[in-house]
Design a protein around this ligand. Structure first.
Ligand code: FUL
Length: 446
């Protein structure tokens, strides 16, 4: 009975009517971009500043943000989301609404604004700029009252209007107590409305309607990563409850809870209101910490193998990769970090360097390459045309009629790697699908 329901035409048509917005397609198209966690915490060695740290702890007089952008760009990244304000309330921009800001430090003799500098550097190098503005604020005295929502909107307005195009606003799920022991009721709808008005092309991520947190901070993905999900997944309380609850590394080390392994199968979404909500994997270059700590740089740097895995499990698995690379207290991007990502990038590019220059033939759910001569194949990149939603639920790849790969979802992009085969024919067969498939790309590599 249930099975019959899951095959109902009206249900399937309903799923396939859910498609990404332009904002969602743009941001997913970026594939990989970075986080920068930088602020007072960088100097005090904390992850979650108390909001009471003195501004004199900020020890830098200047930073070359061109270098930050050039370094990150050299890793293949398309943009950066910077902590304009973290949970401690300290602002890297010269906000008029608080004194707890870079404007009251020695930085550029009190005339500095790191977000302005970043905006200029990003523009110069054609790199996209995103903003992390922590809703949770352990410094601001209005926190916990309605006046804080005004404060937050005032700062959002500054960030939306003074720094050019912003590709993303990233809202953290962490919500603790403010300086007066109260918790805040965030007026999310007001924040979103404001951003849509002032930066209509910006994605609103994590605690936002455009991009979904993958559910952990340790680089794990689901085997089936669906983008059509029940709208209830967007519930802020649920996101907040699952977010980091202490300034430790608990969430960073925890894999996805098995109960949330499947978010988007037909069983999970039947009878629900649906939305397009693509996943983003946020991980730090070190397996501990979001801010820079010298000891973490030395002890917990992700291996090249691990970084490659993160890339394949996100960009290669219908998700986005948001990789944190924190500058140190000298205001520099550690070379060790940048070089490690470049090594991973080079290996990935090397693995996918020899594309087979031929076209495939499509016949219903079967996509076929026929070669004149024996050809070596060991990888494929497949993509659905998401303007027709995400449809494929399982697929198989055959080399000369022998099964060589079995996969589940495809979505925006799926990288398939298998033992290399010499063959005269490769077939992709879509075995389970929501209505007919719309495969946009099926590329093979040596
Ligand atoms: C978490 C925060 O609490 C961490 O400090 C960090 O900013 C991470 C990206 O999100 O929830």
């Amino acid at each position: 009975m249930l099975n019959e329901k899951l095959n109902e035409t009206s249900f399937i048509d309903n799923i396939t009517s859910v498609v990404p917005t332009k904002i969602q397609k743009n941001i997913q198209g970026m594939g990989y971009y970075n986080f920068i966690h930088f602020g007072l915490n960088t100097f005090t060695g904390q992850e979650w500043g108390s909001g009471k740290v003195k501004l004199s702890k900020f020890k830098l007089k200047d930073i070359d943000t061109d270098e930050w952008v050039k370094d990150l760009k050299s890793t293949g990244s398309k943009g950066v989301i910077i902590t304009a304000k973290h949970h401690d309330g300290f602002c890297l921009f010269a906000s008029k609404y608080t004194e707890y800001s870079i404007k009251n430090t020695i930085y550029q003799n009190g005339n500095g604004d790191l977000i302005k500098q970043m905006a200029e550097s990003c523009k110069k190098y054609d790199f996209k700029l995103g903003i992390y503005l922590s809703p949770w604020d352990r410094h601001e005295s209005t926190y916990g009252t309605e006046a804080y929502n005004d404060y937050f909107c005032n700062q959002l307005t500054e960030l939306c209007t003074n720094y050019g195009d912003i590709f993303c606003f990233w809202f953290d799920g962490a919500c603790g107590e403010g300086p007066n022991g109260k918790k805040q009721r965030y007026d999310w709808q007001r924040y979103y409305k404001l951003i849509r008005k002032l930066q209509p092309n910006a994605a609103i991520s994590n605690c936002g309607p455009d991009v979904r947190w993958i559910g952990n901070e340790c680089g794990k993905c689901r085997e089936s990563e669906f983008s059509v999900l029940p709208v209830e997944v967007m519930d802020h309380e649920v996101i907040a409850a699952n977010s980091q609850q202490q300034a430790g590394a608990t969430v960073m080390l925890k894999a996805i809870d098995k109960t949330v392994d499947d978010l988007g199968s037909r069983e999970k979404i039947y009878g629900k209101n649906l939305c397009w909500y693509p996943a983003e994997m946020d991980v730090s270059i070190t397996t501990k910490g979001w801010f820079h700590h010298k000891s973490y740089e030395l002890l917990y740097l992700r291996s090249v193998k691990n970084l490659k895995q993160c890339f394949y499990d996100s960009v290669g698995n219908n998700a986005i990769l948001l990789l944190n690379v924190p500058p140190n207290k000298n205001g520099k991007m550690p070379k060790r970090f940048i070089n490690q990502i470049i090594k991973a990038k080079n290996e990935i590019e090397n693995e996918f360097k020899e594309k087979i220059q031929q076209d495939f033939v499509a016949n219903k759910s079967v996509y076929t390459y026929k070669f004149e001569n024996e050809t070596t194949v060991s990888k494929a990149i497949i993509a659905e045309n998401v303007d027709y939603s995400q449809r494929v639920e399982s697929f198989e790849i055959y080399a000369d009629d022998k099964l060589i790969y079995r996969g589940k979802t495809i979505g925006f992009k799926k990288f398939c790697r298998f033992s290399s085969v010499n063959c005269k024919k490769i077939e992709l067969i879509i075995t389970e699908c929501r209505n007919e498939p719309h495969i946009k790309t099926f590329d093979l590599y040596k």
